[in-house]
Design a protein around this ligand. Structure first.
Ligand SMILES: Cc1cc2nc3c(=O)[nH]c(=O)nc-3n(C[C@H](O)[C@H](O)[C@H](O)COP(=O)(O)OP(=O)(O)OC[C@H]3O[C@@H](n4cnc5c(N)ncnc54)[C@H](O)[C@@H]3O)c2cc1C
Ligand code: SF4
Length: 335
C-alpha cells in the first residue's frame, strides 16, 4: 500500500477544510472503510491523504418536518435496516440493505460510503488490465472481455461497468435527496437520481461531487402511497452483488394504476429509474398485460454485451413479476 497522510476530523467543517485545503493532489474521505481500504490494499486507489469522517456527528436518523426521514452520512447500514420507522414507512430500504453484503460489513458500512462505493468490475480491480475508470485513456478490457455482470443501459464504449449498490436503487425509487457540504461551507442538495453520472467518455468521474465535497445526509421525502418492495436476483443467495435488482412502488385504486415507480440495479453506471414506463402506467388497468408492457418499455433501449445477453429478459421478467405481485397484495422474494 502506498504511504499516505491521515487526518481524523472532529466536525464537518474540519473534514471539508482538510479535504479542500490540503496541498496533496489526491484526497479521500474514510467512512466505514469497507470499500476504500480494499481498493488501497490492491493499489487501485492511491490517495495521498485520507480524512477519517467515521466519528462525525452524522450517525443519526432524524425526522424531517415534512414527514420524511434524514439519514446521517455516517449512519451504519445495519442501523438503518433495523430502525422501526424505516421498516414501517420505507420497507424497501431495509430489504435492500439486508440483501447486500454480510452482517459484519453492514455494521461498518455507512450511507455515504454506500453511495460512493466503486464498481465491482473485475478489470477495475486488476491493475494489470486496461481500465478507463482506473486510468483514463487506457481502454476498457471489459468491452470484449468477460462482461456477464456489466451494464445494459446507459453505457458507453469507454466503460460498461455498473454501480453495485442495493441501497441506492431503493433510494432512487423513493426520490431521495443527497445533502452536500463543500468548500467555504457551501451546502447544496442533489436528487439521488442525478447524483451518479453515466460514463460517457469520462467514466472516472462518477458523481456530481466537486473535489472535497462531503455527503452529509440523505433525505427521504414522506413515504409514497401504495405498496413497495425491493427484489434482487444474484448468483448466490447471500454475499453476492445483483445481477438485476428492482425497487418498485405501486399505488392502485379501483383496478387502475394511480402511480408507479420502477428503479433498476445491476444494469447501469447509476441506479436506473424507468421514468417513461412509470408515466405510461398511470391510469392503466392494473393487470398482467399492462405490467408486461411496462416491463418491456423499461428495457426498450437495453444493449447487452457478449456475456450478459440474458440480462434484458431477466430484468423484464423481474419487473413484470414484481408489479403483478404488488398489485395482488403479495411481496416479491429475492432470488
Ligand atoms: C465482500 C463485500 C460484499 C459486498 N456486497 C454488497 C452488496 O451485495 N450490496 C451492496 O450494496 N454493497 C455491497 N458491498 C459494498 C458495501 O456496501 C460498501 O463497501 C459500503 O457501503 C461502503 O461504505 P463504507 O462506509 O465502508 O465506505 P468507505 O469504504 O469508507 O468509502 C467508500 C468511498 O466513499 C467515499 N465516501 C464515504 N463517505 C463519504 C461521504 N460522506 N462523503 C463523500 N465521500 C464519501 C470514500 O472516500 C470512498 O471513496 C459489499 C462489500 C464487500 C467488501
Ligand atoms: S467496464 Fe469500466 S471499470 Fe470495467 S474495465 Fe471497462 S472502464 Fe474499467
Amino acid at each position: 500500500m502506498k504511504e499516505f497522510r491521515y487526518t481524523r476530523a472532529a466536525t464537518v467543517d474540519e473534514a471539508v477544510t482538510a479535504a479542500t485545503t490540503t496541498p496533496e493532489p489526491s484526497v479521500r474521505y474514510l467512512a466505514g472503510g469497507t470499500n476504500l481500504i480494499d481498493l488501497m490494499r490492491e493499489g487501485v486507489e492511491q490517495p495521498d491523504r485520507v480524512v477519517d469522517i467515521s466519528r462525525l456527528a452524522l450517525a443519526d436518523i432524524d425526522e424531517l418536518p415534512d414527514g420524511g426521514l434524514r439519514f446521517g452520512a455516517v449512519a451504519r447500514n445495519s442501523r438503518i435496516a433495523r430502525d422501526e420507522r424505516v421498516r414501517r414507512r420505507y420497507p424497501m430500504v431495509a430489504q435492500a440493505i439486508l440483501n447486500g453484503a454480510s452482517p459484519q460489513l453492514r455494521n461498518k458500512a455507512t450511507v455515504g460510503g454506500n453511495l460512493l462505493q466503486r464498481t465491482r468490475c473485475g478489470y477495475f480491480y486488476d491493475t494489470t488490465a486496461a481500465c478507463n475508470k482506473r486510468m483514463p485513456g487506457a481502454g476498457c478490457d471489459a468491452l470484449h472481455g468477460f462482461n456477464r455482470m456489466h451494464a445494459i443501459l446507459g453505457a458507453s464504449d469507454s466503460c460498461i461497468a455498473v454501480h453495485p449498490s442495493d441501497l441506492c436503487v431503493a433510494l432512487a425509487a423513493l426520490d431521495a435527496v443527497v445533502q452536500l457540504r463543500g468548500a467555504d461551507g457551501v451546502q447544496r442538495a442533489v436528487p439521488l437520481t442525478e447524483f451518479h453520472r453515466l460514463p460517457g467518455e469520462t467514466p472516472h468521474v462518477e458523481t456530481v461531487l466537486a473535489p472535497g465535497e462531503l455527503v452529509t445526509a440523505v433525505d427521504l421525502p414522506p413515504a409514497p402511497q401504495g405498496r413497495m418492495t425491493y427484489v434482487k436476483v444474484r448468483d448466490r443467495a447471500s454475499f453476492a452483488f445483483a445481477l438485476i435488482s428492482v425497487a418498485v412502488v405501486l399505488d392502485t385504486q379501483e383496478g387502475r394504476v394511480r402511480a408507479a415507480r420502477i428503479a433498476l440495479g445491476g444494469v447501469a453506471h447509476k441506479p436506473w429509474r424507468a421514468f417513461q414506463a412509470e408515466e405510461n402506467l398511470i391510469g392503466a388497468p392494473a393487470e398482467d398485460q399492462t405490467f408486461r408492457h411496462a416491463a418491456g418499455e423499461a428495457l426498450a433501449s437495453a444493449r447487452p454485451y457478449q456475456h450478459n445477453a440474458f440480462k434484458p429478459e431477466l430484468a423484464r421478467r423481474l419487473i413484470h413479476r414484481t408489479l403483478v405481485e404488488l398489485a395482488s397484495g403479495e411481496e416479491g422474494q429475492s432470488r
